[in-house]
Design a protein around this ligand. Structure first.
Ligand SMILES: [Zn+2]
Ligand SMILES: [Zn+2]
Length: 250
């Protein structure tokens, strides 16, 4: 039986939650309708990426037969000899609704959305990757973004995805020392992120590199952030690098 002080604390937190719900009722992150964090109408209307039509390597929607985003010419143009990931998927295309969901989560402080977004990401991960038992690794927020938001959305999302998939989660990467990516062009993003991720201090001496890694992030814009994170993990010794994001810009 719970002790009396603990019962009092539980009752107080339940009362605080009810009060918060009364003052700030739960609203849909996409359309603002009251009731759910993501209403059924908006959930059904999201632009889901069909894995059967997507590129099996880079996850580009409709790239299953011929992909213009990860072919040799595109990679050479971006300065890569090979695609930096062994597989990449996203749950939805980036549109107004998915953008609003991400903004409400990261910038409006609706942290409960981690679980909603985590469900989408976990469902998009192919079973063949899960069988490889990858360690789920967050793409950490930059020090500025972390200070501005007061929480690291990347770690919350990665932990949620790992729990849903029954995989372990580890904070293996240090925060990137790079400029804010939001107002940069594709080429600027690539050079801004190149070599910006490092293995977290102390990690290399305490752990061996995992054989397989599943990088998790909210949005893939050009792939530069994921590529840079994958590069650091591959240099350390990880052999298979997969990535899953909630939304993808294309
Ligand atoms: Zn809605
Ligand atoms: Zn592709």
């Amino acid at each position: 039986m719970a002790s009396l002080p603990r019962q009092i604390v539980r009752c107080a937190s339940a009362a605080a939650l009810s009060l918060a719900e009364l003052v700030w009722p739960t609203r849909c992150a996409a359309c603002d309708a009251p009731g759910q964090l993501l209403c059924d109408r908006c959930r059904n209307a999201l632009p889901y990426i069909d894995p059967l039509l997507a590129c099996p390597r880079c996850g580009a929607p409709y790239g299953a037969v011929q992909c213009s985003e990860c072919n040799r010419a595109t990679l050479q143009h971006r300065g890569y000899e090979r695609y930096p990931l062994d597989g990449q998927v996203s749950a939805v295309s980036f549109d107004d609704a998915s953008a609003r969901i991400v903004r409400t989560w990261k910038d409006a402080g609706e942290r409960a959305l981690s679980a909603v977004i985590g469900t989408f990401v976990a469902r998009s991960v192919p079973p063949s990757w899960i069988q490889r038992s990858p360690v789920v690794v967050a793409v950490p927020a930059s020090p500025n973004a972390y200070r501005r938001r007061g929480f690291d959305h990347g770690f919350e999302l990665a932990s949620d995805v790992a729990e849903r998939l029954g995989l372990s989660c580890a904070a293996l990467l240090d925060r990137p020392r790079a400029k804010d990516q939001r107002n940069l062009t594709g080429a600027q993003r690539a050079s801004n992120m190149q070599g910006r991720f490092k293995i977290a201090p102390g990690t290399a001496s305490l752990h061996r590199p995992p054989r397989a890694v599943l990088l998790v992030d909210d949005v893939c814009t050009t792939g530069s952030t994921l590529f840079s994170a994958a590069e650091a993990l591959r240099l350390w010794g990880a052999e298979e690098l997969y990535a899953a994001t909630f939304a993808r810009v294309w």
